[in-house]
Design a protein around this ligand. Sequence first.
Ligand SMILES: Cc1cc2nc3c(=O)[nH]c(=O)nc-3n(C[C@H](O)[C@H](O)[C@H](O)COP(=O)(O)OP(=O)(O)OC[C@H]3O[C@@H](n4cnc5c(N)ncnc54)[C@H](O)[C@@H]3O)c2cc1C
Length: 392
Amino acid sequence: MPNCCIVGGGVIGLSIARELAGRGRSVTVVSRDTLRKSASWAAAGIFPAQPRDTLTDYNGTPIERLTQYSDRLHEQWTKSLLEETGIDNGFRRCGSLAIATTEETVSQIQADEKKWERLRVKHESLSPTDLSDIEPALHGTVITRQIRRAFYLPDETQVRPPRHLAALRSACLTRGVEILDGHHVQNFEFDSSRIVAINTKDQKSTLRSICADQFCVAAGAWSEQLLQKLDINLPTKPWRGQILLHKIDPGMLRHIINFGSGLDYIIPRDDGHLLIGSTIEDAGFDTSTTPSSLYRLNKIAGEILPDVIANEPVSSWAGLRPGSPDGLPTVGRIPSADNAWLATGHYRSGFHLSTGTARLVSDSMCGIPTEMQLDAFSPVRAGLRGTICQTK
Ligand SMILES: Cc1cc2nc3c(=O)[nH]c(=O)nc-3n(C[C@H](O)[C@H](O)[C@H](O)COP(=O)(O)OP(=O)(O)OC[C@H]3O[C@@H](n4cnc5c(N)ncnc54)[C@H](O)[C@@H]3O)c2cc1C
């Protein structure tokens, strides 16, 4: 059985490692930072509603089909992760409310409505009274007074990223995966067209060479720098997202609330934690939060639950979403090496897409035909033409 080495210990790298180890592979995960610095730890954990009729096949564009494939796998993974590790990852089909109060969010929500109809995603138009019936906390709030369009999506789901990551890590370790934290991959060693090892440096500057038969780069927003070492130019832009955390009485709010297309959202957790997100900022690799963004997020929460802003937030953080030039993830074989794969650029949906990505990459690494075509996500797809410059 070939040994596999995964570069990146975020949700994508760990999911691939778990999947490969489940197929009897010996796997090493190499990760530069602690999990808290990854986009995965920072994520909100929303899984937008998908068509749930399992009798019909996946439908829509390639990315829509990958999302549906991943969404169905999450249900199975949640169950098996709980059995393997005892960790509840917080996967709840809690449903969501999509609310538009401005002209801009009305047109976003109209476009979404067309998409829900095309994909057969369950959705229900709501009047202000319906809205207050479904979510009593909204009764009499500024939002209900200003509402122009609202929908209920019963199948929208949430997961708690730190818990899902803890479950993945624990499952990986149980399956014999070696996880090397604090190891910065510096370079790749080649023997003709095969990578034979990666060279790492740890926090004490100790150099190490890790050999394997197969490699997969899943380094999130940092993938571009790493891929340049393979003479591949794949622009992977970090898009900063900030999140504010409050605590309210458990059960006070029951649904995820999305404003317009969900750039702004509120997520109530079972234990009363309330996540308010987010921002999309071009701030390089800076993961600090800013007072102006946190003020804006606090204001969003205050319009729904005015008492919230009277309290100090519990916490706040920021993470870097890995963006790509055409908005699609890049998943597939690396053209410059015979034994290397790539899984990056999942932008705002990496948590949701992690299960499907892991299954497809693992199938490909094991030489099994993938259940879904990877052409649309290939590093040499048409949408990336002119950006990929492979010189090796
Ligand atoms: C605020 C915010 C909210 C989000 N909300 C959602 C959501 O609701 N739903 C959803 O599906 N997605 C969401 N996302 C997106 C999601 O978090 C990302 O798409 C996903 O986490 C990307 O995972 P990843 O494993 O590719 O990257 P990361 O989690 O960033 O992991 C990259 C890993 O690579 C390692 N690495 C990098 N360079 C090197 C190197 N040279 N050597 C060794 N290791 C290296 C890092 O240490 C890290 O372990 C959100 C993101 C943010 C920031």
